[in-house]
Design a protein around this ligand. Sequence first.
Ligand SMILES: Nc1nc2c(c(=O)[nH]1)N[C@H]1C(S)=C(S)[C@@H](COP(=O)(O)O)O[C@H]1N2
Ligand SMILES: [Mo]
Length: 253
Amino acid sequence: MSRTLLSRRGLIVSGTALGGLWLAGCDRLSQAPEAAKFLDRDDQLNMSAQRLLLAGQPLAREFKTSEISRVFKANGSIAPQDPAYLALVQSRFANWALTVTGLVQRPLALSLAQLRALPARTQTTRHDCVEGWSAIGQWTGPQLSGLLRTAGLQPHARYVVFHCADTLGDSRYYESIDLFDAFHPQTILAHTMNGQPLAVAHGAPIRLRVERQLGYKQAKYVMGIEVTNSLDHIEGGGGGYWEDRGYEWYAGI
Ligand SMILES: Nc1nc2c(c(=O)[nH]1)N[C@H]1C(S)=C(S)[C@@H](COP(=O)(O)O)O[C@H]1N2
Ligand SMILES: [Mo]
């Protein structure tokens, strides 16, 4: 995977690499209980440092409601045929729950009603698909940052992975983002599009909106959120369905 030195992922990776080097030199020290305490604090400092970087992150452009596209193309999976998903549609997602698992302090399972009751952000943004079309839509849903704070990240958390309900060929759709995008204010789990409950074609019951990234990062049919420190063990290891097929993992625009 090629990356520019200045990519945000590069910053995290090199930060981790430096930490690793430093730790490698301090093996004996780290066996002492006092040092262990210090190391814990060091991890927390990494997280606060990341939060500080986040504070200065620019927002994606937001549009006026009058600029919402009259037609917003539905693309990729538009009617998943997976039996478990069809059963959820049948029951209007009454038995659906979004799970938050992995490197968290408190795993969560939230019903659609619970997600809809959370404070929500509404944003009108432009979606850009690599296939060469764009559309402006209005999205409403809770910020991902709120959910992650409720679940509490473990110190080694690096990525947030979205597991989807749809299968293309014989692979499940999935996506992943780093903590910069996960805590970005415009990163939301949209349950509402243009003021209406999200339609199946657009990813019901919830889909990710990570506004500074291309269309394929906007995971639809999100069933589970997994916090990890590596993407290597998931599906093809590329961090997403399309990334496993050659697309760039970092799809910033
Ligand atoms: N689960 C899932 N998410 C997905 C896809 C998909 O096929 N399955 N397609 C991606 C692509 S390439 C695009 S452009 C957008 C399309 O979103 P839309 O159907 O709301 O236009 O969803 C993205 N998220
Ligand atoms: Mo796309």
